[in-house]
Design a protein around this ligand. Sequence first.
Ligand SMILES: Nc1ncnc2c1ncn2[C@@H]1O[C@H](COP(=O)(O)OP(=O)(O)OP(=O)(O)O)[C@@H](O)[C@H]1O
Ligand SMILES: [Mg+2]
Length: 486
Amino acid sequence: MTAPSSFLLDASGIRKSFGATAVLRGADLRVAPGEIHALLGGNGAGKSTLIRIVSGSLRRDGGALHVRDDGPNPIAVVFQELALLPHLSVAENIYLPHLRRGLAPVRAARRREEARAALAQIDERLAREALDRPVAEIDLHQRQLIEIARALGSGARLLLLDEPTANLTFAESERLFAILRRLAGRGISTLIVSHRMKEIRAIADVCTILRDGRTVIDRRPLADLDDAAIVEAMGQKTAPRGTPAGAPDAARPAGTTVGIEGPHLSLALAPGTVLGLAGAPAGPGALIDALVGAAPGGDWRIALDGAEADLRSPARAVRLRIGYVSGDRAEKGLLTTLPILDNVVAATRVAARRWRVRGREAGVAEEALARLAIKAGSIDDSPLTLSGGTQQKLLLARWLEHPPRLLVLEEPTRGVDIGTKREIYALIRAMAANGTVVVWWSTEFPELVEICDRVVAFDLRGAVSGTIAGAQVDEVALARATGMAA
Ligand SMILES: Nc1ncnc2c1ncn2[C@@H]1O[C@H](COP(=O)(O)OP(=O)(O)OP(=O)(O)O)[C@@H](O)[C@H]1O
Ligand SMILES: [Mg+2]
């Protein structure tokens, strides 16, 4: 009774609940051969859940799922990390799945050659130079390419990429996209999730939009939808673009002046300044570590109101009311063994060095969650039950009730949906207007252009290459100063 479909993947009416929470409530998704298809939706809409169902790692409660019979493994998820075995070589990682499928044993040399050929289709240089190196020595972007090679080697016709560029530089994203386009030309399809509108438009042909677990836009060419229509379909407010950050010294809120002294840089940031950091991770990363007490004894000297700050530990930084939110939520920040409530009030507790009464804390947490429109079942749930972008908002919520003197942000909008990004910009600007000094590292140049009074650029080796102020902050200037393409 299965009607032959021209679609590689045809999913309709997919339903899935976790406990009492209905996450997918009628999701449709159809992907044709050779297309690059964007799966869009706000944080918590159900995109990752749908991907897990389509790839077979999660069972659906209802709905129909047809995959065109195109060989043994037509659909493959390209994971962001961890799916490769770090101690094995690149070649071994590529041919490993064939062994597991129990194909006739073939000689190692031949397997290696097949792996080389699979990788060469994607990146000749990588195939030439990295084939016998352990994956542990390979950077994240190249690991992704190896995963794609492995998927193709196993016969994949549809690649599923869930926020593949979240941890890539702009140039790396461009390289990945060029490869996906080449594969599309050979009939290989890609389903990609991203919260970066510019990037979606650059790579995808068609889109499907999920809202609260239902498909609200089904296979529409992106060219037919403008940004406002997409944001509206996702069910998000189109928050007005904020007024550009004011000229330095325009307003003088009360607060702390932050001094930053280091190699080729000496800055005094007046209360309310939003300072951007631009460039490859080495430079901004080292300064951020110094600011948050993670690099005592390094090159940077930090002063608060003219007095050198003793930043010998992160706890000390928090007590000096220096806040920190990292986009690397799994590694830095999320308290995964504690409920949502404790995650929200963590900073207050460290700062106050005492536990508050539960009733008051609960009120504070609920209010912070509401301000950021954080979708959570209960504040007693684990933060791991939240979608990726929602976890990110949780880290920001931590600082709302207890505004820091200096707020250090490291890619804080990574994985955050378009509507919420605007809300976060507004929140940060409001905190700055109340005197908080903000230091913000982002690899998304449009974000720096929109919110920063001044930007310090670092070159690819991590050295300060210049500061750009006020109206001079634009994407071209940032690209030039950082050596990264705009
Ligand atoms: N194991 C689980 N237990 C309970 N709830 C879950 C579980 N996994 C996911 N959810 C819930 O399902 C909803 C959808 O999550 P999902 O990760 O699919 O969203 P998403 O669209 O990928 O969001 P994001 O853009 O933030 O990555 C969320 O509200 C999340 O809290
Ligand atoms: Mg997700």
